[in-house]
Design a protein around this ligand. Structure first.
Ligand SMILES: Nc1ncnc2c1ncn2[C@@H]1O[C@H](COP(=O)(O)OP(=O)(O)OP(=O)(O)O)[C@@H](O)[C@H]1O
Length: 258
């Protein structure tokens, strides 16, 4: 078997810090620079642990930020690894976080471009792309789509997240049952302990947010701040629901009618 050289002996995290370069921003009123995380025009995010988790309400800018980090690592905004382009963007009219990357600076030690950008929303396209690429190379296709949605996700993580590199995961829980989320947590734990993988993940799952050793950040309308798992809205809401489902629902669903 061919010996696969380690990219670096240095431990993760490899991407140490990202910050915005205000001089490169042409218009702070336009997306993505009008997102709350840039309101003070001096955005900076430091990565001090192998696993970083970003939480926040829908629409606060998590995917946009991950797209930009993915672009800094050399990944396409639709997901995939370095050099993969699973989707034809030539006819797209929307702007993405990749434009944001042009106004960010990343500090790496060392620069690592091996790894993967996983996006739940483009899993189907990426899986098709991988099958076709394997067929074109006269190899056996990975065939992630011949499994249930959640089974395909887990097989994908098991196969793709083994090597040294930087892994960006956008809502990886979206097809996973709670039991499968625990499987993913075990995988994340292995990656964390290996010291050779950096994970930057956006999630709405309280289970994944509880990942031991991970550093959590919350995006709100005031910006991006470190937070603790017990302080997240997700944990508090699930705790209140689990401790009194009827009372919780009575309050949540019928309060407007009272
Ligand atoms: N292509 C775009 N053009 C203009 N505005 C956009 C575009 N994409 C997203 N936005 C705006 O940026 C905001 C943040 O979107 P983004 O997808 O990054 O949020 P998110 O935190 O990942 O949300 P979710 O939790 O729902 O995935 C959205 O509310 C939307 O108003």
């Amino acid at each position: 078997m061919a010996y696969r050289k380690q990219l670096t002996r240095l431990k993760a995290p490899y991407l140490k810090r990202i910050l915005i370069e205000p001089a490169r921003v042409a218009d702070w009123e336009k997306y993505p620079w009008n997102l709350p995380i840039f309101r003070s025009h001096d955005f900076e995010l430091e990565f001090t642990t192998p696993i970083t988790i970003i939480v926040g309400e829908n629409g606060t800018g998590k995917s946009t930020l991950l797209e930009a980090i993915g672009a800094l690592a050399g990944y396409d905004e639709a997901g995939g690894g370095k050099g993969y382009m699973p989707i034809d963007h030539s006819r797209a009219i929307d702007k993405s976080g990749a434009a944001l990357a042009e106004t960010l600076r990343g500090h790496w030690l060392p620069k690592v471009t091996a790894g993967w950008f996983f996006r739940a929303e483009s899993f189907y396209s990426v899986a098709r792309y991988l099958d076709q690429a394997a067929l074109d190379a006269h190899e056996a296709p990975p065939d992630f789509l011949s499994w249930s949605h959640g089974e395909g996700f887990i097989r994908f993580f098991e196969e793709r997240c083994r090597k040294q590199g930087i892994y960006i995961l956008d809502e990886p829980e979206s097809a996973l049952s709670p039991t499968r989320q625990i499987e993913l947590l075990k995988m994340l734990r292995r990656m964390d302990l290996s010291g050779t993988a950096q994970v930057i993940m956006a999630t709405h799952s309280p289970l994944l947010m509880a990942c031991p050793g991970a550093r959590l950040f919350r995006i709100s309308r005031f910006g991006l701040d470190p937070t603790g798992f017990h302080d997240t809205d997700h944990f508090r809401m699930m705790r209140n629901f689990c401790s009194d489902p009827d009372g919780f629902l009575a309050e949540a669903l019928y309060e407007d009618e009272a």
